[in-house]
Design a protein around this ligand. Structure first.
Ligand SMILES: CC(C)(COP(=O)(O)OP(=O)(O)OC[C@H]1O[C@@H](n2cnc3c(N)ncnc32)[C@H](O)[C@@H]1OP(=O)(O)O)[C@@H](O)C(=O)NCCC(=O)NCCS
Length: 197
């Protein structure tokens, strides 16, 4: 997919040059044609198992893609980069990766990632996550980036560790999700740790 020029509003403070290219991936803005690809993984019970949201319908995926089309830059607190993860070798959209600007004053952001099961086990979430950490620390100038997962989500915790994140907290039964008490792990990496790598 060629994303040579993405028009951005004048209020934007930080945005990557799209597409963000890694060894095997392009991270790019979502477009209207992505709904079926998103549905192919967000509709699956195995993908949703440890997410806050249950499996999504096609209509919910269409609405999510509509929202994501504009989630490509940081203008202020709460803004999200929500990018499609496209495999270069076959131009297939295999997942999504996100960075949310949680605090401007304290320079903090939250990372997230979801892959289609076909694309798991190859290091692609780590590769995509690393690109967003680079953007956060090297372009935005963030101080700390964290990620959260269900304590049972061992694959996600492994991604965080591969990214150089350190376990900071284990929240015990801190809220109810899908009718059961949720246990959550929080991992984080600080600016100094990123640049020391
Ligand atoms: C969380 C999730 C993205 C992790 O995916 P993943 O494929 O395990 O993670 P990566 O893409 O980093 O791949 C790492 C795995 O690929 C293997 N791998 C194979 N080739 C590799 C390569 N070239 N480079 C790095 N790792 C490679 C690694 O050994 C590792 O396997 P292991 O975890 O069994 O040791 C995936 O499980 C997922 O989408 N789950 C559903 C949604 C979800 O829960 N998202 C997180 C919410 S907090």
């Amino acid at each position: 997919m060629n994303v040579s020029h993405v028009p951005l509003p004048a209020t934007v403070q930080f945005a990557p040059d799209y597409p963000v290219e890694t060894q095997r991936l392009l991270l790019r803005p979502f477009s209207r044609g992505d709904v079926d690809a998103v549905y192919s993984y967000r509709s699956r019970a195995d993908v949703a198992e440890y997410l806050f949201d249950p499996p999504m319908t096609h209509e919910e995926c269409a609405e999510a893609v509509r929202q994501r089309i504009g989630q490509i830059a940081f203008s202020g607190e709460g803004d999200k980069l929500l990018l499609a993860v496209e495999r270069k070798e076959d131009q297939r959209l295999v997942g999504e990766v996100s960075l949310i600007w949680r605090s401007v004053a304290d320079a903090q952001a939250e990372l997230g990632y979801i892959l289609h099961p076909d694309a798991q086990g190859q290091g692609l979430a780590t590769e995509a996550g690393r690109a967003l950490l680079a953007f956060g620390f090297e372009v935005v100038g963030l101080h700390r980036i964290y990620a959260r997962c269900d304590a049972r989500n061992l694959a996600s915790a492994r991604v965080m560790r591969r990214l150089g994140m350190v376990e900071e907290a284990h929240l015990r039964e801190h809220m109810q999700v899908k009718g059961r008490w949720d246990e959550e792990l929080i991992y984080g990496i600080r600016e100094a740790e990123w640049f020391a790598r």
